[in-house]
Design a protein around this ligand. Structure first.
Ligand code: FAD
Ligand code: SIN
Length: 562
């Protein structure tokens, strides 16, 4: 098959904090392709409010940040990884500053940062840019990437599947390399503007595709969060871990027109109190940290209170703070609440929990390397051992940035030692081959097979996709949400199995579309979540089941690896 393959030294899928900050680290001798399925800034990162946790204050210490992370993680964190990430915190903060991120500073001392506090933190350590921290980070990182001649950004390109040696052998495209261990060679992308699938080959492939909040009916996540990276990695046999641990954020705005707008935990860091409809505060008796207890506990308590009282929401009370303070510290939240008729300085904010963060993901080591050679996973898509069973607030932006640095440090020297054969110029290299560390060995892969669309006709039943999408998200919310049971998980499993079969048939009969790709991915991720939840016969962190309400360290103090 004689046709061109676009080649990059480093192929990064996703343009959130993990993908962009990685790209910005490589020097101009390497060609970097960032492929992203929407606009360049559209990501979970873009919506981050509270901020990025790092030890920046003499009252604080690495040890305190480590302990807070371990406690939140409920016994499942990898302590070495936690220490590494925490100690890299101030280093990556400096990198972000160098790339132009402007974190809010204290008024009376321009050198010091204004540090926020969130659930589970024993000290103020959350760097923020007002309450639009993520938007500010994306602005600076995108602008840096755009200014680099060796980085090309492809918007509106959705990754369809990874290309691996095993896949080529299975498809009988490849007749040699029978005994070589599997490795990733590139990926297929659907160009959403043209409807064409292109083949991209790379020395290394980095999944930086973020989370999967859209698997649940109610989520704080934007529409991009469909777990694509996890589903793609799983399809090529990469190990996936801890999928049962989905974190629910306690406070999303409850309003029919507010599509799960987040009300940052940083409000509770400024003294916000959760109350029932009749004004009763309800966190005081539940945990010594009261309204700033770890997130799983607050979300579960709200769920319990809503079920007990039959109320549709609970309330967050910020009325102890002045209008001026609230407008200055939380400008976006203040403005958004006001647009729905809620003046935070006078009215309590109606809030409900919503799916927020996937603690599990593609199993990755301390450098971001997955179980497949040359395939890396960084940011929310990865399971590195940092979060264990429940992520500490604001540790996610930190993780994305630290693991990008680790992946860079592990891969840049390999390219320098001869692994790279990109021409280092901006734009793709057509028809070049090469894989990290194996100069000359992979000549055969100068060409990779073209994408084969098995479905030849456009679907005339798009409504099927919408229905499946709704059914799946509702089943996950009802049966695999904040409180689980064996029976609910069984019910969910039956429904997801049916949906998977239907989606599979649909997938092979019609031309692929972005909606169909996302539906397939979200269904596979739902299946991974249910399978893992069924295996964990205990309650720990974000996984709570009424059938096994206690932690069982004897049998389950280990990650769930699929
Ligand atoms: P993302 O930022 O989600 O980026 C993923 C990228 O991958 C996107 O560009 C997406 O388009 C692309 N992509 C996905 N699939 C494909 C595909 N198939 N093909 C091509 N491209 C693809 N964490 C904190 O630490 N502090 C906070 O204050 C905070 N606040 C939050 C507030 C909200 C509302 C939300 C939703 C999350 C918040 N989080 C916060 C969590 C945090 O924002 C995310 O975990 C983190 O930003 C993830 O970064 P990432 O780079 O891994 O992925
Ligand atoms: C928030 O601002 O409440 C979100 C923080 C996080 O998810 O880490």
């Amino acid at each position: 098959m004689g046709f061109s393959v676009i080649h990059f030294d480093v192929l990064i899928i996703g343009s959130g904090i993990a993908g962009l900050s990685l790209a910005n680290r490589y020097d101009e001798s390497l060609s970097i392709g960032i492929f992203t399925k929407k606009g360049e800034a559209e990501s979970n990162t873009n919506y981050a409010q509270g901020g990025l946790a790092a030890v920046m204050n003499i009252k604080d210490s690495y040890e305190k940040h480590v302990q807070d992370t371990l406690i939140a993680g409920a016994g499942l964190c990898n302590e070495d990884i936690v220490r590494m990430v925490v100690e890299e915190g101030p280093v990556v903060v400096q990198d972000l500053l160098n790339w132009g991120v402007k974190f809010t500073k204290l008024k009376d001392n321009e050198e010091a940062f204004d540090l926020g506090k969130e659930g589970g933190h024993s000290e103020r350590r959350v760097l923020h840019a007002g309450d639009i921290t993520g938007r500010e980070i994306e602005r600076a990182l995108v602008s840096t990437s755009r200014s680099r001649p060796n980085i090309s950004i492809f918007e509106n390109h959705i990754a369809v599947d990874l290309i691996t040696l095993n896949k080529l052998r299975k498809d009988k495209w490849l007749k040699t390399y029978k005994d070589k261990p599997d490795k990733v060679l590139g990926a297929y992308f659907l160009n959403k503007n043209t409807g064409k699938v292109i083949t991209v080959k790379a020395g290394i492939v980095v999944l930086a595709t973020g989370g999967a909040g859209k698997v649940f009916l109610y989520t704080s996540n934007p529409d991009i969060s469909t777990g694509d990276g996890i589903a793609m990695a799983h399809r090529v046999g990469a190990k996936i871990a801890n999928m049962e641990f989905y974190q629910f954020h306690p406070t999303c705005l409850y309003h029919p027109k507010a599509k799960s707008f987040l009300i940052s935990e940083a409000l509770r860091g400024e003294g916000g109190i959760l109350r029932l409809k009749d004004g009763t505060p309800f966190m005081d008796k539940v945990h010594p940290l009261k309204n700033l207890a770890p997130r799983d506990i607050v979300a579960r308590t709200i769920d319990f209170e809503m079920k007990r009282t039959g109320d549709e929401c609970v309330y967050l009370d910020m009325r102890h703070k002045s209008r001026e303070f609230l407008k200055k510290r939380f400008p976006d939240i203040f403005k958004t609440a006001l647009s729905f008729g809620i003046d935070m300085s006078k009215d309590q904010i109606p809030v409900v929990p919503a799916a927020h963060y996937l603690c599990g993901g593609v199993l990755a080591d301390a450098t971001g390397l997955t179980s497949i050679e040359n395939l890396y996973a960084i940011g929310e898509v990865a399971c590195t051992g940092l979060h264990g069973a429940n992520r500490l607030a604001s540790n996610s932006l930190l993780e994305g940035c630290v693991f990008a640095k680790k992946t860079y440090e592990a891969t840049a020297p390999v390219f320098k030692n001869g692994g790279s054969r990109g021409d280092g110029k901006k734009g793709a290299n057509f028809g070049k081959g090469g894989a990290a560390g194996e100069k000359g060995e992979m000549e055969e892969f100068n060409i990779l097979p073209e994408w084969k669309d098995f479905g030849f006709s456009d679907s005339d039943e798009l409504i099927v996709i919408t229905h499946n999408w709704d059914e799946l998200r509702r089943a996950m919310w009802n049966y695999v949400g904040i409180v689980r049971s064996d029976k609910r998980l069984e019910r969910a499993k039956r429904r997801i199995d049916n949906l998977l079969a239907e989606i599979k048939e649909y997938y092979w009969n019609f031309k692929i579309t972005p909606d169909l790709l996302e539906l397939r991915n979200i269904a596979e991720v739902a299946n991974l979540i249910i399978t893992s939840a069924v295996l964990r016969k205990e309650s720990r962190g974000t996984h709570y089941t009424i059938d096994y309400p206690n932690k069982d360290d004897k049998n389950f103090k280990h990650p769930t690896v699929l």
